[in-house]
Design a protein around this ligand. Sequence first.
Ligand code: OX2
Length: 816
Amino acid sequence: MTPKQQHAFDKSAFKISMVQHLTQLGHAPDTAQLRDWYLALGRALAEHTTSDLVATEHDQAIKQAKSVNYLSLEFLIGRLTGNNLISMGLYDAIADAVSELGLGLTDLLEQERDPSLGNGGLGRLAACFMDSLAAQQYPAVGYGLHYEYGLFRQSFHEGAQQEAPDAWREPEGYPWELVRPELSQIIGFYGHVEVVEEAGHTYRQWVPSLKIQAMPWDLPIVGYQSNTVYPLRLWEGRALTPFALDAFNAGDYTHAQQADIDAGNLTKVLYPNDNHDAGKTLRLMQQYFHSAASVADILRRHLEAGHALAALPEYETIQLNDTHPTIAIPELMRVLLDDYRLGWDEAWSIASRTFAYTNHTLLPEALETWSEALIARLLPRHMEIIFEINHRFMQEVEAKWPDDVAKKQVLSVIDDKGERMVRMANLCVVGSYAVNGVAALHSQLVKRDLFPEFDALYPGRIQNVTNGITPRRWLKFCNPDLSNLISEKIGEQWPAQLEQLEQIAQYADDTAFQKIFMDVKKRNKQRLAGWVKEHLDITLNTDAIFDVQIKRLHEYKRQHLNLLHVISLYQRLLNEPDFDMAPRVVFFAAKAAPGYELAKSIIYAINKVAETINNDPRVGDKLKVVFIPDYRVSMAEIIIPAADVSEQISMAGKEASGTGNMKMALNGALTIGTMDGANVEIREEVGDDNIYIFGLDVDGVSELRQKGYQPEAVYHSQPLLKAALDSLLDETFTPGQPGALRPVFDSVMGSGDPYLCLADFADYVRAHNDIDRDYRDASQWARKAILNTALVGKFSSDRSIRDYVNNIWQLEAIKR
Ligand code: OX2
């Protein structure tokens, strides 16, 4: 607690406030349930953050400074209460206050439902970035959507994934959010473009035929010990009935396609795709709704602060989190051209110095394209503007590479092979002053493989900012025992200056420290084992290696490679009398996109294998497999501190960065990983001896592809692998249903496996054998674990944000 906050906190006043909120909720202290008390606590705390939020909004210094606007369709913020208490420096004081009311703070915190307003890494990154912006006091507003249903809730029925809606705010609403009707916007769709003449000039004007109200809800992003609260502004779609009547009367009927899309549906659901583009009309409507409302709000703030329109790039920068908000570029152009009547060159000069774009993937299926026909129907004026942007851009290409049709074809914003499509990534690169990848290797590949022509045309535009994670949530809050141990050794500054963890390295060989460090790990493993016992009724050996793979389910992440290793361990335990292994618990947690059949088959296979192994008395506690359902931020907070081994096993070149890899290393887990994404940089930091690298690297992958990949040959040459694969075809794991796991078998056999699972199997097993050997040497293992915690300070999202600030955004911190 900072002295200022300590001074400000009045325990008895706070208790009175909690009881008042409880009363307003219609409950009496003697009969209220835990959940009622949690809501009262949240509301009492939110009073403070709301007043800080408003104060920050009115801060003249901030109005006169440059801000970043982080536009993202996803913010996977996780529970706010505990984290905000840490940031406010009030955790212990509130624990004390609620205990005087006869309550346990951790029980109250458990009542909060995760706002799962994101899918995976991309959304969680946005949340970590907001945390780091507020902690370091770089002026910022996060703009997202207020989905009524977050990512679905996952359960398993006989091993198969079931999805249920996640009404995260129901029934009482979310205590931390504040609706801001005075800041609402009206957003148009469909309609036509008219030509208007004024004072000898002609202008184009879009006349939408459908209008929807964008209602903002602000969530407070509380800066760690910084007295700064920035808004995460989430737009909700609301019907504007009177207008629809006008339009109807005017005979301006909306297109039949959109008949079933009313305003209330617009922000109902978060699309459950991660790293995959599904191209649905409603999704484009969400994207435009988000972009247009955010652009309007940014311009409102800019103009209200008294700045000239032309000075927009000096005061506001707009970061596009992936291509999802790309339509903000033509939207800003439309507003500047048609509403403010600027000339094209001036408007373009403003827009193209305002936007910057982060690319998160090279996977072709995740690179968004929208059909020209759809955009032209939904956003007719924007399609005109996109054509004009591209026309001028093609002239630029012609000037650089005269008569080079091939160059124009790859660079064009419009793909006209077949149905004409707008390539959103190309539009982003053309309309942004900076483009970045999310880890060193990934950014290199963006330049080399995805956008080599753009890199030649605009040298220096494509940069790297390696991802990071907030040490507040991902160490201080989720792992209090380790945090206390670290603070005892190096003081309390590390959550704001993670590089300081390096000082822990000096204790890596200290046997007394090793013991305390591993005792902490053990308690975290016991906590997780307790959760598993209570919720899944599986008894775990907490001396076992806790081997963890937690992330979205995707072929490229290769959960099925992990599964093949698990099966091979099982078979060796049964078949090889001399086989000895350190006990292991292999944890999985992952949601599959509901429409992604193979991902669901992999989940089913893991569950079936787990069921068989966990109930086979011959295995005892040597091997257990646990699939934790409904993976979410609050679950990650329990799993990550308990991990010994972190599985980061994507095929090289496919995982742009990964951030779970950073979280687990920070909490003292050792990575088993390919040379992919940020694994490469984690290895640089922790050193070769403290990470288990295996498999083909990016060059190895392309060599193998060139040679011709033949999984059958691998299958026939490796008996361990063959036996594991064969067991997917018989009844070993699906009694009475032979072949039920065949989709997984088929996906890795045949030359069709783009992710080369079998090619990496042998080396993966070798790396796991090394882990098994090293884990048995408790002191050596402790040393490696300590060094992981000590040496990953680089991966603080504070550092990522400083990279953006210095290399891209050019912001000044505004101290409050
Ligand atoms: C993810 C990437 O897959 C992951 O590697 C990265 O760490 C994360 O974004 C944050 O940068 N959808 N999710 C991602 O990319 C896309 C597209």
